[in-house]
Ligand binder design. Structure first.
Ligand SMILES: *[C@@H]1O[C@H](CO)[C@@H](O)[C@H](O)[C@H]1NC(C)=O
Ligand SMILES: *[C@@H]1O[C@H](CO)[C@@H](O)[C@H](O)[C@H]1NC(C)=O
Ligand SMILES: *[C@@H]1O[C@H](CO)[C@@H](O)[C@H](O)[C@H]1NC(C)=O
Ligand SMILES: *[C@@H]1O[C@H](CO)[C@@H](O)[C@H](O)[C@H]1NC(C)=O
Ligand SMILES: *[C@@H]1O[C@H](CO)[C@@H](O)[C@H](O)[C@H]1NC(C)=O
Ligand SMILES: *[C@@H]1O[C@H](CO)[C@@H](O)[C@H](O)[C@H]1NC(C)=O
Length: 366
């Protein structure tokens, strides 16, 4: 059994001026930690922390020999996380509220059997709108721990480009409710359900209120800071020198669910403006994946003010030989409406159940 980078270090928790000496820390740089999503490992000079922002970013480990695990994090604004142990949701989600340079040490698992092997997933369930999160490592209670290689269930890779719907905005609430970070959970959005059910890993660039060319609430027919404008960045609220390298995660399946915000309120962009911006954005995205050519799937119909505009999305899908998945009237019972009318967990499951057979068929997956 190989001991991997066990470092005895001092962590200062300035919140309570609490000094934890001789803590056993699994550093972010440990090669046996598995990361999913857009992670920046270059922000700190010696890898003291890794940074990320987009929803669905995950830190995964396969560990034995411990009975207690804590994560050390901080966050620009409040971000929420889910913990999965051996595939099951573990107790309550947690939030990170302290911002740098403060650090929060959060107990994520207790009373583990040190003889068992555990797959532990920490998943960021809130979106990039709430800023950068820094991960400083895991603290464990036994120096005899062992980390094993983690292998995902399949090699399948999914990318989702979207807005509030993909990122699970308000999906934990029941209408009428105001949005709070705690009501947002990407881990149960249609995107995560699709990726999980098909055994794949998910990389997501979705942001509530963002459109292809016009954002929600804009008084002009076009906006700045649209999803295409934000897409290149790993840490869009804190450091735009941190550019995502598409070669780090080349998807097999690229699902685009964008365009609801462009046509929520007048003044509307013209069909031509919308389609041409959409096309040039996706051309740029696909260029980053060459010579690989992900299969494209376009979803439209949920929370769409004017259903005719779904034909614009279908036009764009046709240009890319994509598969257009129409989802009209998904929300047909009061159980389907979460905060500000967004799909609930139930409505997301319904969306996923429509998309999954179509994706399987196009991909020729069992
Ligand atoms: C963070 O989580 C705690 C415990 O669930 C909760 O009491 C608190 O209100 C949350 N803070 C924020 C800012 O959401
Ligand atoms: C770690 O393993 C060594 C050798 O197997 C053992 O002597 C020691 O008690 C263990 N320590 C803990 C904290 O389990
Ligand atoms: C975790 O490690 C064990 C021991 O090497 C291995 O059998 C198991 O498949 C690993 N689990 C995952 C999900 O990779
Ligand atoms: C990064 O770029 C986006 C899109 O233009 C912009 O909204 C954001 O404010 C920029 N962030 C920083 C930290 O400059
Ligand atoms: C684009 O959509 C319009 C409906 O607005 C339709 O009439 C037209 O045939 C479509 N064009 C292409 C090239 O698919
Ligand atoms: C779409 O398919 C047609 C016919 O097979 C092909 O000529 C065209 O190059 C394809 N376009 C894209 C963007 O893949």
């Amino acid at each position: 059994m190989k001991k991997n980078q066990i470092l005895i270090i001092f962590i200062l928790l300035f919140c309570n001026i609490l000094y934890i000496s001789s803590a056993i820390v699994i550093l972010p740089t440990n090669p046996l930690l598995h990361y999913v999503g857009r992670i920046d490992n270059t922000q700190s000079t010696n890898g003291e922390y890794y940074a990320f922002a987009w929803s669905g970013c995950q830190i995964i480990m396969n560990i034995t020999g411990v009975s207690e695990i804590s994560a050390v994090l901080n966050s620009q604004q409040t971000n929420w996380f889910d913990i999965y142990i051996n595939g099951d949701l573990y107790q309550q989600p947690f939030n990170v509220t302290l911002s740098p340079p403060l650090q929060q040490q959060i107990k994520i698992a207790t009373n583990l059997d040190s003889k068992e092997i555990y797959k532990v997933i920490v998943s960021k369930r809130t979106e990039a709108e709430f800023g950068e999160v820094r991960f400083y490592g895991f603290v464990v209670d036994n120096p005899n721990f062992t980390l094993f290689q983690y292998s995902p269930p399949t090699g399948r890779k999914f990318e989702f480009i979207g807005d509030s719907i993909a990122t699970g905005y308000g999906d934990m609430g029941k209408a009428p409710c105001p949005f709070t970070e705690s009501t947002e959970n990407v881990d149960v959005s249609f995107a995560a359900v699709i990726a999980n059910e098909l055994g794949g890993e998910m990389n997501m660039a979705a942001w509530e209120g963002k459109g292809v060319i016009k954002n929600y609430g804009s008084s002009t027919p076009t906006s700045t800071q649209t999803l295409p404008d934000l897409y290149p960045y790993i840490l869009p609220l804190s450091d735009n020198s941190s550019i995502w390298n598409p070669k780090n995660f080349v998807p097999d399946v690229l699902v685009i669910a964008l365009g609801s915000n462009d046509y929520t309120d007048p003044p509307y962009p013209t069909q031509q403006e919308f389609e041409s911006t959409f096309i040039s954005f996706l051309k740029t995205v696909l260029l980053g994946y060459l010579p690989s050519q992900p299969k494209l799937f376009f979803i439209c119909g949920v929370m769409i003010g004017d259903p005719v505009t779904c034909t614009y999305t279908e036009n764009v899908s046709n240009i890319f030989n994509g598969t257009y998945i129409d989802m009209p009237n998904i929300q047909d019972s009061s159980d389907d409406f979460g905060c500000y009318g967004h799909p609930t967990v139930i409505a997301h499951a319904h969306m996923a159940s429509i998309a999954i057979p179509i994706i399987k068929q196009v991909m020729n997956w069992e």
